[in-house]
Design a protein around this ligand. Structure first.
Ligand code: UN1
Length: 508
């Protein structure tokens, strides 16, 4: 790991506030980053204090004045070079993500791949920031709309995707002409430092103004400063529903914009017409991948009664094959949870589930002994539940899977929708009628609805996000770029008269 840290420019003690090449002094405390893999201290990052926050804001405002003048395709070319730099550093950054966050090395690489993919997407987008033209009702008039950058975009990201979710936001925001201030999770602060170092090299080589890529570090307090700050027109936040509600209320209080990507409670409906073997892989990866710490992790299986017992047996068998351990060892499927606090939450959910009548068919528990010294490794578990139990309606960010039975497809869709969250959903079926019903307006109420694919692992090309308590935001692909721009409607009169709209007569 020493080599990896060195290659990424990570020191033992790092500044946590940066406007690009400048790393700012701060009086903030050092946030220590312990790896959940082996419990060791990887390094520490100094939190941003109010003074250095102010310096960042001033620098960002100044940079925006310059950066917005760069033609969008030129900004796209910078993002193209970031993609190249990420390709060159993929193995190192993937390893750091795996070590600091605890996801498997393959998933760490996958996360960096998402960054590369969004760079490619943003490069193309930089020539496609299209507006519409309209026909004016008045003679000799032309109407059109154009999209302008917002200014400063702040990005609050979570520990579970410590680099990709920032990049979805930053790459689009940059080609749109904005400057970004990123506060990564205090649980994975070194990932942010590594990314900033990569960006700095590219920006320096291209004379991108200081202040286009900024990072701040710290706890929720720093997020609160950004939420309250009228200089920030858009706050994009990913994390828990509790955090999202706080950010939304504060930003709404000043009529700013938010882009929220919050919790999920994602279900797979397993029909009697499902390809069972394919379903098994999708369900198990969805539930145990990233140790159940994706927003899109599969939390519920809604299984047709006629295949329930057969599937249950296969599921128990598959869980028996799962290898838990050091995520950097590619033989293991599941790594640790992020920290001991997450382990507590996992244990409490299991207890609650039992209290509420849940029956575990694969038992959970904390793993100890050699190789598990960090205390963060837990067993993925499965419980048979009634859909009405309150614990089943909550998002527990851990590998706890709830299974339940259904009789009709309408009932299955009701069960799937009857939770406060609305991020991702899936149906496994080879029956066209069922699949189409699930995708229709009477079907899934989620932002993501899949057929014969699990709930997690969305590609960057689609808009990512969900409804209800998931927050309503859409990031990444499709037309999510519009979130980072303001629309301006322009009407131009090239006639010699001034006719008023709606035929109003006004003679003087
Ligand atoms: C998240 O968990 O916040 O669809 C993002 C997926 C990934 C992104 C997850 N592409 O699982």
């Amino acid at each position: 790991m020493k080599e990896t840290l060195k290659a990424l420019g990570i020191l033992e003690k790092n500044h946590g506030t940066s406007t690009g090449d400048h790393w700012l002094n701060s009086s903030g405390e050092y946030i220590q980053s312990f790896s959940p893999v082996d419990g060791s201290l990887i390094g520490s990052v100094q939190a941003t204090d109010k003074q250095s926050y102010e310096k960042v804001m001033v620098m960002a405002q100044t940079a925006f004045k310059e950066w917005q003048k760069w033609p969008a395709p030129k900004r796209g070319d910078i993002v193209r070079q970031i993609g190249d730099a990420l390709r060159a550093q993929k193995a190192d950054l993937g390893r750091l993500v795996s070590y600091e966050m605890g996801k498997s090395y393959q998933e760490g690489l996958g996360e960096v791949q998402e960054m590369i993919d969004i760079c490619d997407f943003a490069v193309g987008l930089s020539r496609q920031l299209y507006g519409l033209t309209m026909h004016s009702e008045r003679p000799g008039h032309r109407m059109y709309e154009q999209w302008h950058p917002l200014g400063i975009v702040s990005i609050i990201s979570a520990f579970n995707f410590p680099v990709a979710v920032w990049s979805w936001n930053a790459m689009l925001a940059w080609v749109c002409g904005n400057v970004c201030i990123w506060k990564g999770s205090e649980k994975t602060p070194l990932c942010s430092i590594a990314c900033q170092n990569i960006i700095n090299e590219v920006f320096k080589a291209n004379q991108v103004p200081e202040g286009v890529s900024n990072i701040v570090s710290g706890t929720a307090e720093v997020g609160q400063w950004m939420s309250e700050d009228i200089r920030i027109p858009l706050v994009s936040a990913t994390g828990s529903t509790r955090m999202g509600k706080a950010v939304a209320a504060t930003v709404a209080g000043r009529l700013g914009r938010t882009l929220l990507e919050l919790g999920g409670n994602n279900a797979i409906i397993i029909s009697e017409h499902a390809d069972i073997n394919m379903t098994l892989v999708g369900a198990v990866f969805g539930a145990v991948g990233t140790a159940g710490q994706r927003c899109t992790s599969t939390r519920r299986l809604i299984i047709h009664e006629s295949v329930y017992n057969e599937f249950k047996e296969k599921l128990v068998n598959a869980y028996g094959q799962i290898k838990i351990g050091n995520p950097l060892d590619e033989h293991n499927h599941v790594g640790p949870l992020i920290d001991k606090q997450a382990v507590e939450i996992y244990l409490k959910a299991i207890e609650k589930c039992k209290d509420q009548g849940g029956r575990f068919i694969v038992e959970g528990g904390v793993i100890d002994g050699v190789g598990y010294e960090s205390g963060c490794y837990v067993k993925p578990c499965v419980a048979e539940v009634s859909p009405h139990m309150s614990i089943v309606k909550q998002e527990t960010f851990a590998p706890v899977l709830y299974i339940m039975k259904y009789q009709t497809i309408e009932e299955a869709i009701d069960l799937q929708n009857n939770v406060p969250q609305g991020l991702s959903s899936a149906i496994m079926t080879l029956n066209l009628r069922e699949a189409e019903l699930f995708l229709s307006s009477q079907g899934s109420d989620c932002g993501i609805a899949n057929v014969n694919i699990g709930t997690s692992g969305a590609e960057i090309g689609g808009a990512f996000g969900g409804e209800k308590e998931t927050g309503g935001g859409r990031e990444s692909g499709s037309d999510a770029w519009r979130n980072y721009m303001r629309r301006q409607t322009n009407t131009i009169n090239y006639s010699t008269k001034l006719p008023l709209a709606q035929g109003i007569k006004f003679d003087i």
